[in-house]
Structure formats: C-alpha cells, structure tokens
Design a protein around this ligand. Structure first.
Ligand code: AMP
Length: 281
C-alpha cells in the first residue's frame, strides 16, 4: 500500500491510473478502523481495479469541540488493517492540505436534510461532511464511493452533494456491520466500558422491537415506549427515536407496509453519542 500525505502526490499518481482506465473505488473514513470499515474496503476491492482509503478526522464536521478532541486515533493499527485487506492507496492528509484556505469554506443547499434528525441535533455537521467529501472527491475522482448504511442520513446528504456538484461517481451503500450482540460497530465504541457495550445493545433491540410492532401499535406510542426503555437501560439522553419515510426522511405518522420505512435512533451512553437505524421494507 502506498501512503500519500500531499494532494499533489496522490493527484499525479491517480491521474496515471485513470489514463490506464483503472476504475477507482474510494472509502472515506476518520480512522480508528473496525470491521465495518473493512467491509466497505472489501466491497470496493471486488468492484474496482484500485481502492483508495482516506483517513482524516475532519474538524469542520464536529459541532462539539470535546467530541473532536476525544475522537479515537489508532493510525498504526489502521495501516496494518488496510495492508491486510489489500487496500492500494491510503490518503492521510493534514488539515492544511484539505483546507488550504480556512476562510472560504463552501456552503451547500441540502434542503430539509439539514434540519431533521442529525441535522437538527448537530448543527453544521452536514456542511462539514460535504466540505470534506467535496474536496476528497475532487482530488480522487473515483468511479464509486463506498459508504455505510450505519450513517443513513449521511448517505442521503452525499448523494445530494454528488448531484449538486455533478460528480461522475456512483454511491454504493453497504450494510451495517454489527457485533454478535447486535451493537453496530463504531469507532466511538472504543470509548465505552465493557458494561456500557452490553447496555448499548438496547439500541439494536429497540430497532427490532419497532420493526416487530410497527404494524400493530400507534407509532407515537412505539417511539415513546422505546425512548423510556432506553433511558431505563442506562442511556443518559435520547436525541431522537424517529420513524421516517426511507426516501425522504420525513417523519411518518402512520405505517404503510408498501412504503419503505426507516427507524433511526440517536442516544447517549457513558457520554458517547451512538446512532443506528433499520430499514423496514
Ligand atoms: P467514519 O470513520 O465513522 O466516518 O465512517 C467511515 C465510513 O464507514 C462511513 O461511510 C460509515 O457509514 C461507515 N461505517 C461506520 N460504521 C460502520 C458499520 N458498522 N458498518 C458498515 N459501515 C460502517
């Protein structure tokens, strides 16, 4: 695996690959890699001649400074994991390489995606996500970008970015990888104690509970029941438990089995904010 830290170096190298008509698959990450990230890399490896991973903890997407400062970094283990999955290129830029002019950050019209769910509870977060991914897409110019369904709303935001900026890049959404317990893999899980990890399974169980009962209980009652139960099972706060139209992310008030529906949860445990979701088709 070749590691590039400078935009100029990775650009030249990928330009040569493109001249040879190589399909480039791209997996953007913030590091502290786990098997969820690895599954995206494996998918990219299957579908492309060249796979590029980026590791960059993007300061502009953190609305909470403490969360940014506490974000885990495990760069040596990450490099070893990328080598073993056969990643071809790792892009490891500095903040200056990504944002040469910090005073001219772009703004994107994301419509209602910016005011609901993650957009509502993390103001400015999706602008930051778009700023970094826009920059990375312009440098790497991949045929396909691989994202996890774990960040459901982020996938929708980045599909919108690709459309807004007319990128010739296909977005591939990969399934959420879970621990055997059902807990969605996340870099933030490193910050949980062993008992916190056990308690955190309540999120997955809540999603299953809603899925099983969605057709027979009023949605408001289901959401209230789940919120109360999360608080009873060790969560300190619940940002949202929402049941939405899977295509628009608008909250639904009645369940229609013929419409694809997504259940989304964000809640805090041991000071760590966890998110998860489940699509009910
Ligand atoms: P992050 O490093 O958290 O920014 O995540 C980088 C990419 O990995 C994003 O597209 C995430 O949606 C994806 N990802 C994170 N956790 C998982 C998971 N458990 N399963 C599949 N993909 C994931």
């Amino acid at each position: 695996m070749i590691i590039y830290k400078k935009v100029i170096d990775i650009s030249l190298s990928l330009e040569n690959c493109r001249k040879l008509n190589a399909q480039i698959g791209f997996v953007p990450t913030m590091g502290a890699l786990h098997n969820g990230h690895i599954s995206l890399l494996e998918m990219s490896k299957k579908q492309n001649q060249l796979t590029v991973c980026s590791i960059f903890v993007n300061p502009t997407q953190f609305n909470d400074k403490a969360d940014f400062e506490k974000y885990p970094t495990t760069i040596e283990a990450d490099i070893a994991a990328l080598e073993s999955v056969g990643c071809d290129v790792l892009f490891l830029p500095s903040v200056e390489e990504i944002y040469p002019d910090k005073n001219s950050l772009a703004h994107y019209n994301l419509g209602s995606l910016e005011t609901v769910l993650e957009g509502k509870y993390r103001p400015g977060h999706f602008q930051g996500v778009c700023q970094v991914v826009d920059r990375l897409l312009s440098i790497i110019q991949p045929s396909a970008i691989y994202l996890g369904q774990k960040d459901y709303q982020q996938c929708m935001v980045l599909q919108k970015l690709i459309q807004l900026k007319n990128y010739n890049t296909q977005l591939i959404v990969c399934p959420t990888l879970r621990e055997n317990s059902g807990l969605a893999m996340s870099s933030r899980n490193i910050r949980l104690s062993d008992s916190g990890k056990v308690a955190a399974i309540a999120i997955y169980n809540s999603l299953l509970f809603i899925k099983e009962n969605i057709a027979r209980l009023p949605l408001v009652d289901l959401k209230n029941q789940v919120e109360t139960s999360l608080l009873q099972q060790g969560f300190s706060a619940v940002d949202y438990v929402e049941i939405c139209d899977a295509a628009s992310l608008e909250t639904i008030t009645d369940y229609t089995p013929t419409t694809s529906t997504v259940v989304l949860v964000a809640a805090f445990i041991e000071g760590v904010r966890l998110i998860d979701n489940m699509v009910i088709s």
